[in-house]
Design a protein around this ligand. Sequence first.
Ligand SMILES: Cc1cc2nc3c(=O)[nH]c(=O)nc-3n(C[C@H](O)[C@H](O)[C@H](O)COP(=O)(O)O)c2cc1C
Length: 235
Amino acid sequence: MAIPVIGSLNGVTDAGWTDYAKGMEEAGAAAIELNVYMLPADIHTTSAEVEQRYLDILAKVRETVSIPVAMKLSPFFSATANMAERLVAAGADGLVLFNRLYQPDLDLDQLSVNPSLTYSSPAEIRLPLLWIAVLHGRLNTSLAATTGVDSHLQVVKYLLAGADAVQTTSALLRHGSRHLRVLREGLERWLEEREYPSVAKLKGAMSQRNVADPEAYERANYLQTLLSYHAPHAA
Ligand SMILES: Cc1cc2nc3c(=O)[nH]c(=O)nc-3n(C[C@H](O)[C@H](O)[C@H](O)COP(=O)(O)O)c2cc1C
C-alpha cells in the first residue's frame, strides 16, 4: 500500500516558505503542511497583522505548488472560526488544529529559562476537540486533529468531533512507531464493539451540528459546568 507523505514546513522568510515548499513538491510530497509557528510578542504587532501574515504565507505557497496545502494553526486567535474561514477562502485545503506552543519553564536552582520539550497528555485534547467539533461541517476543507493522542480513545473522540485525520507525535516518541498499530487495532475494536460499520459513520457524529445539545460546546453551558463542579474534599 502506498502511503502518502505530507511535508511539514516551518519557514521564516517568504523565499524560505516558497522554495522549501517547491522542493517538497518536487521530492514527491502528496501535500504540504505549513506550520506558521510564531509568538506575537511584539507589542506593536496587531492581531490583524498576525492574521494577514498567515494569509500571505498561504497565498505565496499556494501560488508556488499545485499539491494540497494545509495550515497548522495557533489556538490563540481572537476569532478562531473566522480565521479558519478566511484561510479556507484563501485556498487552504486543510487545517491542522493546533500547534502546541512550547512553553518554557523556570529552573529555580539554576535561575535559568528551561525550554525543555515535554510530551503531551490526553488531557490536552480538549481545546482542539472543541474547535474541531465547532468547525466540522461548516468549512469546505479537511480538518486534522493534533495534540494529546495516546490511545485509540483520543482517536475515537477526535473522529466523533469531526476530524478527517488524526496526528500523533508524543505517543510515537513515547511508545515507538509500533504504537501506530496499537492505535489502529484499538480503533477497529472500538468500532466493532459499538457496531459502527465504518470510520465514515463515526466522523462528526458528535460535532456541534450533530449533537442534540449544540450549546454544550459553547458558553450557554458555562454556568452549568461551574455548578456541576464538586470539590474533591467537600463535606
Ligand atoms: C520532538 C518533537 C519535534 C517536533 N517537531 C515538529 C516540527 O518539526 N513541525 C511541527 O509542525 N511540529 C512539530 N512538533 C509538534 C508536533 O507535531 C505536535 O504538534 C505536538 O507534539 C502535539 O502533538 P502530540 O500530542 O501528538 O505530540 C514536534 C513535537 C515533538 C515532541
